[in-house]
Design a protein around this ligand. Structure first.
Ligand SMILES: [Zn+2]
Length: 100
């Protein structure tokens, strides 16, 4: 079990394609990321992201070490897509809001 690494823009662009990161940031700014949750037991960061379809996409991200991420999504791309990026940006903001 590991704690989530502290995220920043650079890391997200390193993990994912810069273009993918950009699109994900747009989705995040449009408020499409919901139900953001981090399960300490499984070490998985999950969220549902509203895409083009009515059915929200389910995103699950796990971090094996500080510099490796594995992102899965129910969209056709399946992994490391803009929805994964959007979830990371949402989590980044969540971290900023935390005082402790
Ligand atoms: Zn996706």
């Amino acid at each position: 079990m590991t704690d989530l690494p502290v995220l920043n823009d650079k890391l997200i662009e390193q993990w994912l394609d810069t273009q993918v990161a950009d699109k994900g940031h747009e989705l995040f700014e449009q408020g499409r990321v919901n139900d953001l949750d981090y399960d300490k037991k499984s070490g998985a960061l999950t969220a549902s992201v509203r895409g083009e379809d009515r059915v929200p996409l389910q995103v699950a991200i796990t971090f094996d070490t500080d510099d490796y991420l594995s992102g899965h999504c129910t969209c056709p791309m399946g992994a490391d897509c803009k929805h994964v990026a959007a979830t990371l940006y949402a989590w980044m903001e969540e971290q900023d809001d935390e005082d402790d």
